[in-house]
Design a protein around this ligand. Structure first.
Ligand code: HEM
Length: 158
């Protein structure tokens, strides 16, 4: 039997489910690229929401970026987020939730990298859900560049 949604994450229910879609990425130091993406936001009845993401290159179909983490609500209008990437990057975020408009804005308070990972100094993520469409952007400061656009995508609830 599916667990009941914990009261502390009830206002985040707009995220729950599996989402598929596509996005585009760029940065001054790399070639622009398109990607296809699958995301799952799940709950297990505890006061967090789990997040798993996988992407593939739009043209080659080869696996690209992947990440997974947890959203931890702090009351109904604040949220913490931890997320790890196989590229050796760990982001720790604090942010805000507007459940009425289905939007979340996250600012990294810390970005940790393994000794051989690329340098990342700042990350800002914003996400909004409108019905069955989820859109997000990711800005980053990395490899000596200031905070700026890296990704945007739109996904649809499956
Ligand atoms: C949908 C998610 C993402 C996709 C599809 C993606 C894809 C890519 C691609 C294709 C590149 C260029 C090739 C390469 O160097 O490997 C790249 C570079 C990079 N990405 Fe992402 N990325 C994603 C998310 C992120 C996130 C969340 C971060 C960190 C917060 C990040 C940090 C970087 C860095 C540091 C580089 C290296 C830039 C350079 O070497 O000049 N990426 N990404």
């Amino acid at each position: 039997m599916a667990p009941s949604l914990h009261d502390d994450v009830a206002h985040l229910s707009f995220l729950l489910g599996e989402w598929h879609g596509s996005g585009e990425g760029r940065y001054p130091t790399i070639e622009p690229f398109g990607y296809n993406e699958q995301v799952e936001f799940r709950h297990v009845g505890k006061p967090f929401v789990s997040y798993v993401q996988r992407t593939k290159h739009a043209e080659t179909g080869l696996p690209l970026h992947a990440e997974s983490g947890y959203l931890r609500p702090v009351g109904v209008d604040a949220v913490e987020f931890v997320v790890v990437q196989p590229s050796g990057i760990v982001e720790v975020h604090a942010g805000t939730v507007d459940a009425g408009s289905g939007s979340i804005v996250l600012e990294a308070t810390d970005v940790l990298t393994t000794p051989t990972a690329k340098e990342v100094s700042a990350v800002r993520r914003s996400l909004s859900v409108d019905g069955d469409a989820l859109s997000y952007t990711v800005d980053m400061g990395a490899v000596g560049q200031p905070l700026q656009h890296h990704l945007s995508a739109t996904l649809h609830r499956q």
